[in-house]
Design a protein around this ligand. Sequence first.
Ligand SMILES: NC(=O)c1ccc[n+]([C@@H]2O[C@H](COP(=O)([O-])OP(=O)(O)OC[C@H]3O[C@@H](n4cnc5c(N)ncnc54)[C@H](OP(=O)(O)O)[C@@H]3O)[C@@H](O)[C@H]2O)c1
Length: 252
Amino acid sequence: MNPFSLEGKKILITGASSGIGRTIAAEASLAGANIVICGRNTERLNETFDLLHHGDDQCHERVIFDLADESATIEIIQQLNYFDGVVFAAGSDLIQPFSFTTSQQLKTIMDDNFTGQALMLQKLIKTKKINSGASIVFFSSVNGTSIGSKGHSLYAAAKGAINGLVRVVANELSKKRIRVNAIAPGMVETGLMKMNEEIVSKELLEVHRKDYPLGFGRPEDVAYLCIYLLSGASVWMTGQSITIDGGLSINR
Ligand SMILES: NC(=O)c1ccc[n+]([C@@H]2O[C@H](COP(=O)([O-])OP(=O)(O)OC[C@H]3O[C@@H](n4cnc5c(N)ncnc54)[C@H](OP(=O)(O)O)[C@@H]3O)[C@@H](O)[C@H]2O)c1
């Protein structure tokens, strides 16, 4: 038996309409899972749906809602079935000095990266929609885990909150053999990085690229780690925030 197989597992993925979440959805479907993809943008979520592998016994679904809308999240959860894996890959960034922060910006960045998904997990647990032996994967970042890039204060705060949540919830759910981990990537070439490109400038990003011994990452570089965490190959791994950064941290 292939320990990395996801055959027969049902996996929910937020942030699946773009970047890393989209690639995880495609790779997890190739590994045999039945996927429920979530996002806000219908067109982009449909594009992801078209990328999924549809094997004979596989059945995938798509759900559109905003994680910042708690009542929409509750309604969606009521319609959903039981899961063997949940990947919280939604997120958004904001680049500006901390001194310019508004309370609305703080709320939005926390909602998109932390609060919406923390509440969703709480409701999935409370309604017993997470099977024993399941794997939960959050997305943290090197920002908020090991570095503090200027201009990313709110994002780093939200990602730091994820690291704390993961450690405690992993401990609490261990009796049900439910594992909870986070992936903390360095710069990966997705829509989020394009935003950085527009705000910070292409030239500065090229300078930053030199800090990465293996260059910037591709979504699949991170997706394969996620597949490992969702699979039976990682049954002894819980409560961790795993850095994957092309060697960025060895240069610091
Ligand atoms: N790319 C990087 O360099 C990098 C580095 C470290 C960590 N990460 C983390 O990895 C995760 C994936 O990043 P990415 O680069 O793939 O980002 P991305 O391409 O910008 O995609 C972000 C996804 O999050 C969804 N989303 C954001 N806010 C949402 C909300 N309130 N409700 C529902 N969905 C929401 C978006 O949905 P819609 O498009 O439908 O609105 C989209 O699917 C994020 O948590 C990010 O912080 C990324």
